[in-house]
Design a protein around this ligand. Structure first.
Ligand code: AMP
Length: 398
């Protein structure tokens, strides 16, 4: 399905409101550690500036829960944005207060205004109509370029779209790219198509797994979620992460894979540790020999070899979720090895946002991946086959 395009709007000399996702990671010193989300918004912003627009930007950052919390101010983001746009970015002191409304009203063309953190307003996450209306009143056009938050029915994402007709709202370039990439991936992948699915729990990925099964040729399971499958198969998994209440579901996924002819891969060995800690005593054991009370925290070297072998002939790879506790060096090897293999392959490679994007960046391989999504939760919902509330109002109705 097609999205309303920013290119079809009559933007010349107008005032435009762009909902961005500037929710970037920061270190303890307040430095932005990954500005990919800010960089990804530049195309839509520059497009509007080139059309002689006055541009109002809005985003959330962290979870200030409806209160003004200084550490969640967007000021550091305004500074980075200035560097990237190579022009001044005016910062409002509030979201819909006196300062923001005045600055928005008086904003000349070719100027950029950034509102304060949208979540300083409780109405943002409550999808409050009054807040949507006030935000909408600032501009003549609304652009959603915040893919990472488009799975949320929030005031600046969903509610606000009701105040603009189809000639006055559209998806930004980033949102369009994300939706098109995932749409093509799911509906028309070049085969063989493999999904690598990891992360902590089956529960978080069950719907995505179920939706992906009829579409993929192979699935490779890693991370904590593998142990629910292994336990269901009768293995002793020691103290590894497990969801006993989902063992039937795990069996169902394996049965469906068999029925559909999807090759379903599980780890054959793991790095097991005595406790969940960087300094834990650890060893590599086969999936059959995990000692009692030990927990599997990474896939082992035999699994890495097996997965490489299985991935060798694929043309499209979708990866969502780490293979182990990659935040701890000791249990990061499996994820890092798979990251290198995926990055080196000639297949089209797509990485879901969140942890998987973070891990690919840690290994310094982000330039080698065909597409890294800017939204972990949002891309997962797309893989689950859901319509995102922030995207639905921007579909071209036929
Ligand atoms: P998710 O948010 O479900 O994608 O899970 C990501 C988290 O899963 C990361 O923080 C990993 O540390 C964690 N994880 C991966 N493998 C394991 C494992 N074997 N045991 C416990 N946690 C894991």
């Amino acid at each position: 399905m097609k999205l309303l395009s920013i290119k079809d709007l009559d933007l010349a000399n107008k005032k435009v409101f762009i909902r961005c996702d500037f929710n970037v990671p920061m270190d303890d010193f307040g430095n932005i550690t990954d500005d990919r989300r800010i960089r990804s918004a530049v195309a839509s912003i520059n497009y509007c500036l080139d059309k002689d627009c006055a541009v109002i930007l809005a985003s959330h950052f962290g979870r200030p829960k409806g209160e003004v919390v200084e550490k969640y101010s967007l000021k550091p983001i305004a500074l980075r944005l200035q560097q990237l746009l190579k022009r001044h970015v005016e910062m409002a002191n509030d979201v819909v207060g006196e300062d923001a409304l005045k600055k928005a009203k008086e904003l000349p063309r070719h100027e950029v205004l950034l509102l304060e953190n949208l979540r300083f307003e409780a109405g943002e996450t409550q999808n409050d109509a009054k807040l949507s209306e006030t935000l909408a009143s600032m501009a003549e056009f609304y652009i959603n370029d915040a893919f990472g938050v488009s799975h949320r029915a929030h005031a600046s994402v969903e509610g606000i779209t009701k105040f603009f007709d189809t000639e006055h709202k559209a998806a930004g370039f980033l949102l369009e790219k994300e939706i098109n990439y995932f749409g093509k991936l799911i509906n028309n992948p070049v085969r063989p198509f493999a999904a690598i699915v990891g992360g902590s729990k089956v529960s978080g990925k069950l719907e995505a797994l179920t939706n992906l099964l009829p579409k993929v040729d192979k699935i490779f399971i890693g991370g904590g979620m593998a142990f629910t499958f292994l336990k269901q198969m009768g293995y002793n998994i020691g103290a590894s992460l497990v969801e006993d209440d989902l063992m039937n579901e795990a069996q169902h996924v394996m049965d469906e894979a068999k029925r559909l002819g999807v090759k379903f891969y599980l780890p054959v060995d793991v790095v097991a540790a005595e406790k969940f800690a960087e300094d834990a005593v650890s060893k590599t054991v086969t999936a059959q020999e995990i000692p009692d009370n030990w927990m599997g925290l990474d896939i082992g070297p035999a699994t890495v070899r097996l997965y490489r072998e299985g991935l060798n002939d694929v043309q499209t790879v979708l990866w969502n979720g780490p293979m182990g506790v990659y935040e701890m060096e000791k249990f990061a090897r499996g994820s890092f090895k798979i990251a290198h293999f995926v990055a080196d392959s000639y297949a089209t490679t797509v990485v879901g946002g969140g942890d998987t994007a973070d891990l690919v960046q840690r290994v310094g391989l982000n330039e080698e991946i065909s597409f890294i999504s800017t939204g972990g939760g949002a891309s997962l919902e797309l893989l689950e086959g859901k319509e995102l509330p922030g995207v639905a109002p921007l579909r071209v109705k036929v």
